[in-house]
Structure formats: C-alpha cells, structure tokens
Design a protein around this ligand. Structure first.
Ligand SMILES: C[S@@+](CC[C@H](N)C(=O)[O-])C[C@H]1O[C@@H](n2cnc3c(N)ncnc32)[C@H](O)[C@@H]1O
Length: 347
C-alpha cells in the first residue's frame, strides 16, 4: 500500500528554488517533503481498507524525540547491539569511510555516526564530509548542529528529504567530485517492504555510483518473545510513539481523535518475518479529519509500521537484487544484529 501511495503522491525531489542556509557550522537544505503530502497521505490511508500509514508519518518533532526514548529502553536491543558492533569493528569499518562524502539516511539524532568518526580519527584517517538526511526537519538540523560542534572541522550538511524518493546531492563545493559512501543504521531498512527496500537500495546505488559503498544495520530473525518485547516496552514508550501519530493528525490536520479510545498493539508475524505495529480502536467510533469523517469498528486496526527481520542470507539476496554485493559483514555474539558493508556493482 505505501508503495502505491508514495509513487502516486511524490515527484522526484529537486533543489531548484530551494534556499540553503548555514547555521552552527551546518549547511542546510529543506526539500519540504512533509508539508507537501502529510494531509493527502493521511486522508488517503484512513479512507482505505485496511487502514495503513507509511512509517515516515510517525516522525514529527515529538515522534523523533519519542523514538530516541525507545532506543533507551532495556528491551530495545537493536541500538546498543549495533553501537557495540560499530565500536568493536570500528578500525576495520573506518577503512571504508574515510575521506569523501558520508551520507547518513534517516540520520535521526546522528549519534551512531560519532562512533564511526572516532574510529576514523583513531586510525589517523581524514574525516569525510558528513551529510545527514532525514524527514524530521527540526530534529535533523539540531542533531547536525550538535555533531558539528562536537567535531570541529567536520564539514556538515543537513538535507531534509524523503529517502523513499530518488535523490541527488546538492551541487556545492564541499560535495563536488568526491567519493560517496552511504550509512543506513538502525535497521530502518526493515520499515520498508522487501520490494520497497530493493527500490530504496537501488536509489542509494545510484547516489553512491558503481564501486560506492553502503554501511547498513539489519535486525536478524530471532525469538518471538525478544522481538515483541523490543517493540512493546513495559514503560509504554513504543505505545506513546505510535499514538503520537493521532496527536500529530489532531494538531496538523484539525482532527478530533480521542487518544483514550485507541491502544497500541505489536505482533511478530513469523510467517512473513516481520513485526507489525498497529493502533487499535477500542470502540466503534467516527473521527473527523478536516472535512472527512472516518469510521472505525471496535477492534479495527490502523497499521503504523512494519519491521522486517532477515537472516544474513536473506539480506544478502535482497542486496543482490538491488545491485549491491556484500563485501563484509559483522554480527554480535548473540546473533541479534548484523552490520554489512555493501558495494554497488557496475551495471
Ligand atoms: C528507526 S529511526 C532510526 C534513527 C537513527 N538512524 C538510529 O539508527 O537510531 C528512522 C529515522 O528515519 C527517518 N525517516 C523515516 N522515514 C523517512 C523517510 N521516508 N525519509 C527520510 N527520513 C525518514 C526518521 O525521521 C528517523 O530519524
């Protein structure tokens, strides 16, 4: 469903007419991916059966902050496991990332990049130019500014854009003519359905060009109880994160969702290999969104996110479909998480 919506509602993103600004050592570009389609996406999704919204709608400023809190919950193993892999193998990973331009997709709070920049510095290599790319504009710019002040001398560019759409880098001096490598941590690839993931990886391959690299974090298949706990923590932060979508729709689209009449559900669908996250209506009810009236049955669900889990072989095959070869991969001792370094093949 989100593939259909994305292709129907988006056109290729371009920098023409875009103002760039430089604040706090960060050159920023805003391609305005959110304002353009949030209303249309939400209304189309809520009027569709079954109801489902793309995960990108979850990341307004409050959503981005709640996601950071999720990563701090004890049940949420992906962040600490990925960071441990990056730190343990930093010297080896650094050989792929020095110099050139390093583009982080879905950069969020830009915390993981610090581990890599430290590894590059510790191995006496030159820092790359850093490009943070995210749909959540304010969080992106604040995070890039914090990074630039932590690493003086790091040329830093922030691009607010939708990474599910084809994208090139702006024609600016700091980026021109340099080798490009991409970084896509957080197992965010799992939010995309396999065909969407291949389309995304194809776009990344176009951006980095033949021989260019992609360092990517992938969550592995594992015990259902471990997975379900990670996506439905006891403190209820995952629930707040999902329900914040209704809060956002109320604020931005003049809707009247009563958050007390909805709850959060997360299940591992073992047959498909994915966590499915939903907002569930507790009663039969109607909600007004702008001029539209949306009906919910009692127990009806609105899908907010998938998180696909892969075996190392399954992920290798997915990367292969997108024209990437797996040059290296690192897995933690408990086999929870995989970090792969992929290289774009010549077409
Ligand atoms: C799962 S979080 C990961 C954040 C961070 N990279 C990490 O590893 O902790 C996903 C990030 O991708 C961003 N994001 C989600 N959909 C996006 C889209 N379509 N285009 C650009 N950024 C997107 C969100 O704002 C968020 O920062």
């Amino acid at each position: 469903m989100s593939v259909m919506l994305d292709s129907a509602l988006h056109t290729a993103q371009s920098y023409s007419g875009t103002q760039s600004g430089e604040v706090g050592g960060v050159q920023s570009f805003d391609l305005h991916p959110v304002e353009e389609d949030f209303r249309e996406t939400v209304l189309t999704c809520l009027q569709h059966q079954p109801k489902a919204v793309p995960a990108k709608c979850l990341y307004d400023k409050r959503g981005a902050e709640l996601f950071v809190q999720i990563t701090q919950q004890s049940e949420y193993y992906p962040t600490r496991t990925e960071l441990k892999i990056l730190a343990e193998h930093g010297a080896e990973i650094a050989t792929h990332l020095a110099d050139g331009v390093l583009v982080e997709y879905g950069s969020g709070s830009s915390k993981k990049i610090g581990t890599l920049l430290d590894a590059i510095t510790n191995t006496q290599r030159s820092l790359p130019t850093y490009v943070g790319l995210d749909i959540s504009q304010q969080h992106l710019v604040e995070s890039c500014e914090a990074l630039a002040s932590q690493y003086p001398g790091l040329a830093t560019v922030a691009i607010c854009a939708d990474y599910t759409q084809p994208l090139s880098l702006p024609e600016i001096e700091t980026l021109r003519g340099k080798n490009k490598t991409a970084f896509f941590p957080g197992s965010t690839i799992g939010n995309l359905q396999p065909d969407e993931a291949v389309a995304f990886l194809n776009n990344v391959a176009q951006l980095v060009g033949p021989g260019g690299g992609l360092l990517i974090g992938v969550d592995l298949k594992k015990d259902k109880a471990v997975l379900e706990a990670a996506y439905d923590d006891a403190a209820g932060v995952s629930a707040d994160f999902a329900l914040n979508l209704l809060h956002r729709i109320n604020g931005e689209l003049g809707a009247d969702f009563d958050l007390e009449q909805f709850c959060y559900r997360a299940f591992y669908n073992e047959a498909v290999g994915r966590i499915e996250m939903y907002i569930e209506s507790l009663i039969e009810q109607t909600v007004t969104v702008g001029d539209a009236i949306i009906s919910f049955q009692a127990g009806e669900r609105l899908l907010t996110e998938h998180s696909y889990k892969y075996s190392p072989d399954e992920f290798g095959a997915l990367a292969d479909r997108a024209g990437f070869g797996m040059a290296n991969c690192w897995i933690d001792d408990q086999e929870l998480f995989l970090v792969a370094y992929l290289v774009a093949c010549d077409k």
